[in-house]
Write a protein that binds this ligand. Sequence first.
Ligand code: SF4
Ligand code: SF4
Length: 429
Amino acid sequence: MIKTAEDIFNFNETADACVKCGKCIPVCTIHKVNPDEVTSPRGFIDLLGAYKSGDLELDKNAKDIFESCFLCTACTEVCPKSLPTDMVIEQVRSDIAQKYGIAWYKKAFFLLLRHRWLNDLAFKLGWTFQTCGFKIQSNIDSMTSRFNLPMVKTNRVLPSLKFRSFLNSHKENIDNGGKRKVAIFIGCLANYNYKNVGEALLEILEHLEIDAFLAKDQKCCAAPAYFTGDFDTVDHNAKHNIEYFESFGDDIEAIIVPEATCSAMLKIDYEHFFHDQPEWKRRAKKVMSKVYMATEWLQNHTELEQILAKKKKLPNIVTYHDPCHARKMQGVYEEPRSLIHKNYNIVEMADPNSCCGFGGITMQTEKFHLAEAVGTSKAAMIEQTEADVVSAECSACRMQINNSMGIESKTVFKNPIELIAEALKQDNE
Ligand code: SF4
Ligand code: SF4
């Protein structure tokens, strides 16, 4: 049954609708590493119902519990009542942010996300000084901390910064002589850190003779702010992006996004976020109907698969991890596999659909021990496949998986877009 936003955000109804069957518990990411009823979807829903009825105070303990959900949506996939635990937790995090405030470093980060020029400046400064505190691991586009810092321990693998962002490295309109044109929404991690994802996407579009519009006025989709309860930043960035996309929407066929979280945020979460602003909700729904994950659009709307089928096979073994925001939220899992499979051997890991443990900014800082615990089992699954490459269309998964695998790992991470661009460089068979 499809739920309306009004149903979703009526916490009491959600709590009453839970039949306590427990089907969500074995798949719950936090429950796997903290097996306690209160940190399970059923427990969260009970507590949320009690909070909305006034029977539970939003004290530090409740805050700690509600901040321990990874928002992975694994529970919603199996729940017979389709209860949206992740979405009600996102809502209660806004109440938490209002009551307790947002930590200074998160506020500073969200301020950068609101202003592209400030972000460009901060990342350029970061690039200048990054080697003072970090060792660059160029083979995995990452860096490791030289020191034990409060939230960044020695050897923590983080994405390294680049001299110039992806959006600042190209002109806005790229004419590939085609009759078709798409816009690219690149996402912050691929713009500032994993820049090769965008470069690879441009190579693919050039090969397909599809013009690219880089939409340089795009702002961060605001997913990090949404997951942390900073709804002012979400409102600011979402309204900007909706108006901006409307301004060029008629000139392009699609807005393609090589990032699962950004794509899900634009396409699904904006509509939920604006559940109490009907006009913005309507506009979000209309303009975001042109948003697709990059592999989804390339597979379903171009001849790419047939072109790849003619190219020589590469010897690399690839294992594919399903980002929660791709498979569970958008149903995208066959498309990247179909495209990769044309030129690489795919070996599936034991549970490609289990969350990698990224979980958002709070999980990557204050609750990093939980992210690490989840990441360890994902890294073990990847290692068992003995794959050369682990792939996922998500840079947040990349950051988390790179850290979980560590710098000694023989398996490297590549976005499927990077694998496809490499395959296109091969001769025809
Ligand atoms: S969203 Fe994920 S971590 Fe949160 S309750 Fe559901 S399954 Fe558990
Ligand atoms: S699967 Fe759904 S209905 Fe069953 S306990 Fe979990 S949240 Fe409740």
